[in-house]
Design a protein around this ligand. Structure first.
Ligand SMILES: C[S@@+](CC[C@H](N)C(=O)[O-])C[C@H]1O[C@@H](n2cnc3c(N)ncnc32)[C@H](O)[C@@H]1O
Length: 257
């Protein structure tokens, strides 16, 4: 039985890999694909492709947009421990919903996260967690404002998990202006991971000088990887061809959403 997590804006939902996720009554969407499974989706669409590309680095800077239930942050720590990845991991993560963060003490996480309970408690109570190998900073507020702050601080990221609600439910985190800020925050060889395969999402990334790739596998629906440097082990999305075939489709923009 899951813990009592439901409130006026959220209800708990069992996903197909046996891990629980939440449903947002405000956005009308689940926090994860219930078909792919919450933990499974986080690992396969975000954490594994990113850490497998970056695991040789001394430090890995990760921007986790948005924190939500924290699966991407927690699955990063879980996978890094499992794979004995030696890099120091620095995670920065915005989240608009302060009430949600408070309620995470009552969320039923998968057993894979059991060892991370002290970290979850520290994030809920203090908004930060630091030890010799991990640094996590939560920003309670609007991700668009946080991006500007990070730009002023001149922090550059190896990995950006783009895991907002869908472009139709939360378009402000999918526009070409939003991805312009993402492009200026990412290192030249950094990687963006996202579950979105929408042409409009890919176009907004492409217009900001990203190459697009398909992240596919047997047990999950296709997802997208993006990098300003060419990647060798992933199938390329032929954007020139797709643009020719979809002349009427334009990227979302701040002015028109
Ligand atoms: C799909 S959920 C994130 C799932 C998360 N990665 C996880 O593993 O649980 C989207 C999150 O974005 C947050 N959000 C929506 N608009 C936001 C904004 N402008 N700035 C920061 N967070 C936002 C929502 O409150 C929600 O928690």
């Amino acid at each position: 039985m899951p813990k009592k997590f439901n409130d006026a804006l959220h209800s708990v939902a069992l996903s197909e890999d046996g891990s629980y996720t939440a449903y947002s009554k405000e956005y009308g969407e689940h926090y994860h694909s219930t078909k792919d499974g919450a933990l499974h989706e986080s690992l396969l669409k975000h954490v594994i492709p990113a850490l497998e590309l970056k695991k040789g680095l001394v430090e890995i800077n990760i921007l986790d947009i948005c924190f939500g239930l924290g699966f991407n942050t927690l699955a990063t720590l879980y996978y890094a421990r499992e794979q004995k990845i030696q890099s120091k991991i620095n995670i920065y993560s915005p989240e608009l919903d302060a009430q949600l963060i408070k309620s995470l003490l009552n969320f039923t996480y998968p057993s894979e996260f059991d060892a991370l309970t002290p970290i979850i408690n520290s994030l809920v109570e203090e908004g930060v967690y630091r030890d010799d190998f991990i640094s996590i900073e939560l920003f309670i507020g609007d991700a668009r404002i946080y991006l500007k702050e990070l730009m002023r601080e001149d922090i550059k990221f190896d990995v950006i998990y783009q895991d907002a609600f869908s472009p139709s439910a939360n378009p402000i985190l999918w526009t070409k202006e939003y991805f312009k800020d993402i492009a200026s925050l990412i290192k030249e060889d950094g990687i963006v991971t996202t579950y979105s395969i929408a042409f409009k999402t890919r176009l907004a990334l492409y217009e900001n000088a990203f190459h697009l790739y398909i992240n596919s596998g047997d047990n999950f629906r296709d997802a997208t990887l993006a990098s300003k440097t060419k990647l060798v082990d992933f199938e390329v999305v032929d954007m020139v061809h797709k643009i020719k075939c979809n002349k009427d489709i334009v990227a979302l923009s701040d002015a028109t959403i």
